[in-house]
Design a protein around this ligand. Structure first.
Ligand SMILES: [Ca+2]
Ligand SMILES: [Ca+2]
Length: 177
């Protein structure tokens, strides 16, 4: 597996552990989807539901595939195994990526503004400078908007163990000092 992918897996585990107790649990995903929803209160109910459903499906897939000791939560050791058979997570990652990125398309234009992008990604917990770097890598247009389909595709890339040297790696860059 690519070193970049290891770094992405480590980071996303830390972020998904929204309450910081060292394990992924159902409550973490409710907490995080609530933070993301709160970042875009003007998004319609349908999009909010699709986003929450994506989080829920991803969680139930993790639990079904990775909870080796059957305690109802996922440790980092268990989570790391997600990279061994990435195809088992394709459906869940696709639904997660679609529900998440499309939430930010508030006017149905197929694009997302920088403030909405920042707000949602801060809701997940990414570093602010890294979020701006990713937005800029998506080549915003004159109105400072990026395409939702590009964002959605990059979310999937984030979870692909074989990929490195991609825009998603910007999210796992060390914070600037
Ligand atoms: Ca937790
Ligand atoms: Ca477990």
């Amino acid at each position: 597996m690519r070193t970049e992918a290891v770094n992405r897996v480590k980071l996303v585990f830390t972020l998904f552990d929204a309450d910081g107790n060292g394990f992924l649990e159902s409550d973490d995903f409710d907490l995080m989807s609530g933070r993301v929803a709160a970042a875009v209160p003007e998004a319609g109910e349908d999009r909010q539901q699709a986003m929450r459903a994506g989080f829920t499906r991803y969680w139930t897939t993790l639990l079904g595939e990775l909870d080796a000791n059957r305690d109802g939560r996922i440790s980092y050791e268990e989570y790391q195994a997600c990279v061994l058979n990435p195809e088992r997570f394709d459906g869940a990652v696709d639904a997660f990526a679609a529900g998440f990125a499309r939430l930010g398309d508030l006017d149905g234009s197929g694009t997302v503004t920088r403030p909405v992008f920042i707000g949602m990604m801060r809701g997940v917990g990414f570093d602010l400078a890294n979020i701006h770097a990713l937005f800029d890598a998506f080549e915003p247009d004159a109105a400072d908007r990026v395409r939702v389909d590009i964002w959605e595709a990059e979310i999937k890339n984030y979870y692909a163990p074989g990929k490195g040297g991609i825009p998603a790696d910007l999210l796992a860059a060390p914070p600037l000092t």
